[in-house]
Design a protein around this ligand. Structure first.
Ligand code: PLP
Length: 496
């Protein structure tokens, strides 16, 4: 790390007149600047940083070294985890034959891309036991909204206009209630029992009270505590008898792969996060893809455009009609490069290996849980699926919090698990090792977690004041969220 350059903004490294490139004067010669109206033209040169080539290269190279990702180290983040991201998928997604496609080019000139799209739709339907999928939504939350719009349209088309309530367990991911609200529905919270599952008695009383107003219930299974909701058949029956539909949040589908299918459990509508379960590195808001699947009888409501296969000549066409369709929910077909990676992922693993994903994700999580539960508090001591939640350290007398443990992990070169979510416990520490880590990697992580627990007892200060080895210590999260400083002028102004 070059300390002189570290921590500086590229603007602070700027010297008037320095250049890292040379372009011929007439590069834009054919362009007559006078065709731009006077009032739209810049009066002064843009305040861009002026640096020599090596300064620019070192600045960005050093910054890239400060990033932590799955290619640097173990990343046991629960819930929104990136699972397995084969590097070959990146090469496939970058192939110019795919990358240079234009969404408006005639279908007969991009049959290969349409085939990828069509085949992935079919494979997702097979994996989930649902009838048909759209790959158009661009994120999990976008999928939730699309799925809820399907549900709303289903009720409205039957003339059943009173159904505005969506039941959502208190353990749900925050996007669930947010999507329901954006869709114009009212959220009703369903309580969890002490062992972390949907409280059936509470659900029964809600159904009895709200019956004809229930549009849907949204479920995550395994739920965000990593626990399998064993009462799904009964929950499905309750909701269906009340006239509602059952929605499945399949953002993290890895524990289910090869083991069971939402469609077989009575779910009517679901979404999948391709960018979590089926590769595609993501973070900071994208890129993503949240395909939505529906059971038989709801297919006509899915958004357009749709890729249609013609049996007679084997051609694929793009259909933008569909009388009952929701219509367009975004630009064209969503994030095609994410779709491509998911398709490559499934082809690479093949049907046999896809069946190993769920069992391995489950084995790894339970192994970590069992090896750490003597030192970390496990509020719900049951077999988990792909992830589990500790409620901080077991010995509370040291005052060492989940935040401290997370920060101390950074010193040892590990990304922190998900912390303070789900909201069911005060000191939530949610761990997902994922299915694709070696036993050595997982054992090393367990070793570090145990070391930190011992440090907390013997030398709590070292944990409480962590991190010690990172470029900066503890950032003020609240300040950063409430008053983000996003321009360099503002930083300079605030410092002077
Ligand atoms: C990540 C996640 C979502 C939301 O997905 P985005 O792509 O981030 O919008 C929804 N539900 C669960 C359970 C998730 O883990």
């Amino acid at each position: 790390m070059n300390n002189k350059l570290y921590g500086k903004l590229i603007f602070e490294l700027s010297h008037a007149g320095r250049r890292a490139y040379s372009l011929s004067e007439n590069r834009f010669g054919a362009y007559d600047v006078n065709t731009i109206p006077e009032h739209l033209r810049r009066q002064e040169p843009a305040a861009l940083p002026e640096c020599d080539e090596m300064t620019v290269v070192r600045h960005y190279t050093n910054h890239s070294g400060n990033n932590f990702g799955v290619n640097n180290g173990f990343y046991p983040l629960g819930s929104c985890t990136m699972k397995y991201n084969p590097i070959i998928n990146e090469e496939i997604a970058a192939m110019k034959d795919f990358a240079n496609l234009h969404p408006l080019q005639p279908a007969e000139t991009c049959q290969g891309a349409l085939e990828v799209y069509y085949c992935l739709q079919q494979q997702l339907a097979e994996l989930t036991g649902l009838s048909e999928f759209t790959l158009n939504p661009c994120a999990g939350a976008h999928g939730e909204l699309t799925g809820l719009m399907v549900i709303k349209a289903y009720h409205e088309q039957r003339g059943d206009n009173k159904r505005v309530k969506v039941l959502i367990p208190d353990s749900a991911h925050g996007t669930n209630p947010a999507s329901a609200a954006v869709c114009g529905m009212e959220v009703v919270e369903v309580k969890s029992t002490a062992d972390g599952l949907v409280d059936l008695d509470h659900l029964r009383s809600l159904v009895a009270e709200l019956g004809p107003e229930i549009a849907a219930m949204m479920m995550t299974n395994p739920n965000t505590l990593g626990l399998f909701e064993k009462d799904i058949p009964e929950i499905a029956q309750l909701i269906h008898e009340a006239g509602g539909l059952l929605y499945y949040d399949g953002a993290n589908l890895n524990p289910m792969l090869g083991v069971c299918r939402p469609g077989d459990m009575g779910f009517d509508v679901m979404h999948i996060n391709l960018h979590k379960t089926f590769s595609t590195p993501h973070g900071g808001g994208g890129p993503g893809s949240g395909p939505v699947g529906v059971r038989k009888g709801l297919e006509h409501l899915l958004p357009s455009p749709r890729v249609v296969f013609h049996d007679d000549d084997g051609a694929l066409t793009v259909d933008t009609s569909g009388d009952d369709s929701l219509g367009s929910i975004g630009a064209f077909f969503g994030n095609f490069a994410v779709v491509l990676r998911a398709y490559a992922y499934l082809l690479t693993l093949g049907a046999e290996n896809v069946k190993m994903v769920g069992p391995l994700a489950t084995l790894n999580a339970n192994y970590v849980k069992e090896r750490l539960k003597d030192l970390y508090l496990l509020p719900i001591d049951k077999v988990c699926k792909h992830e589990f939640v500790f409620d901080g350290l077991k010995d509370k007398s040291t005052g060492v919090t989940t935040m401290d443990v997370a920060k101390r992990l950074l010193d040892y070169g590990y990304h922190a698990p998900t912390i303070y979510f789900p909201l069911l416990f005060h000191e939530s520490l949610m761990i997902e090792p994922t299915e694709n880590e070696s036993k050595q990697t997982i054992d090393d992580f367990i070793g570090v977690m145990r070391t930190i627990a011992v440090e907390a007892l013997e030398n709590p200060e070292v944990v409480k004041s962590a991190p010690h080895n990172t470029p900066i210590g503890r950032a003020d999260d609240v300040l950063a969220a409430r008053h983000p400083v996003v321009t360099w002028r503002q930083i300079i102004a605030e410092e002077s």
